[in-house]
Ligand binder design. Structure first.
Ligand code: ADP
Ligand code: MG
Length: 257
């Protein structure tokens, strides 16, 4: 069983310490949610996990399948079985969603087995159709140019389609950006729920409690001031919905920085 283990992670952004000793373990088969007010470092965690160069790890480690992934390039992290949203945020003119997905699948297969000849076109078509049906997506979406003129919701759709075709062992999804509307939340939730099972784990990072009406997490964590200060089950999300974050701020008086 694969595990993502984050140990005492400290991260600087432009010389400011944003993550201040974060600990978290996500196993295959578990859905975790991280919640927290704006500016607490949730996206910093997501960008650090995906290997964004602006995020400087000053202490701690991140292990996936026992390997320290902080030394790996983003694509190497992906080939190990991690899925990190926002890997490909840019538009790629002339490359369709289908082409892009097929290239991504083949890159994964080659990383696992250098002799691999790639997925055949009929096999790929079958997989893509099955996965689009799973997400109730219109098949014409596969023929569109990736991210070119995509709305926020369509970018989400492309990202989630990528997730369900690559079938990662653990996915990390940061939902805080881009003012997600209800449709986009649905797309993300449908993808996570479709993948749910013993072979799939997810870390859903959000400041919207409402996504948790669609995805029922097994574990909920609250982040304040660059650390996880409280962990629990779904009842924790319900308490946050009812009471906000103030009771936690009082309980964990934030150090003056
Ligand atoms: P959250 O996702 O929880 O809202 P972020 O991780 O986006 O929080 O931001 C945490 C803190 O780090 C904020 O104070 C933010 O201003 C700062 N920060 C994040 N990214 C950058 C960046 N690229 N440059 C400078 N400061 C940043
Ligand atoms: Mg954020």
């Amino acid at each position: 069983m694969s595990e993502l283990v984050i140990k005492d992670l400290h991260v600087n952004v432009e010389e400011n310490e944003i993550l201040k000793g974060l600990n978290l373990t996500v196993r295959q088969g578990e859905i975790h949610a991280i919640m927290g007010p704006n500016g607490t470092g949730k996206s910093t965690l997501a960008y650090t996990l995906m290997g964004h160069p602006n995020y400087e790890v000053t202490a701690g480690e991140v292990l996936f399948k026992g390997q320290n992934i902080l030394d790996l390039e983003p694509d190497e992290r992906a080939h190990l079985g991690l899925f990190l949203a926002f890997q490909y945020p840019v538009a790629i003119p002339g490359v369709t969603v289908a082409n892009f997905l097929r290239t991504a699948i083949n890159a994964h297969r080659k990383a696992v087995n250098p002799e691999d000849k790639g997925i055949s076109i009929p096999e790929f078509r079958k997989l893509l159709k099955e996965r689009m049906d799973l997400l109730q997506m219109d098949h014409s979406f596969a023929g569109r140019y990736l991210n070119e003129g995509f709305s926020g919701g369509e970018k989400k759709r492309a990202e989630i389609l990528q997730m369900v075709t690559l079938k990662p062992e653990i996915a990390i999804l940061d939902e805080t950006d881009s003012g997600l509307d209800i449709d986009a939340l649905r797309i993300v939730s449908d993808g996570v729920n479709a993948m749910r099972g013993p072979a799939f784990g997810a870390l859903v990072i959000t400041h919207y409690q409402r996504i948790l009406n669609y995805i029922k997490p097994d574990y909920v964590h609250v982040m304040l001031g660059g650390r996880i200060v409280e962990s629990g089950g779904p009842e924790l999300a319900e308490r946050l919905e009812a009471e906000g974050y103030d009771w936690l701020r009082e309980k964990h008086t934030q150090p003056v920085s």
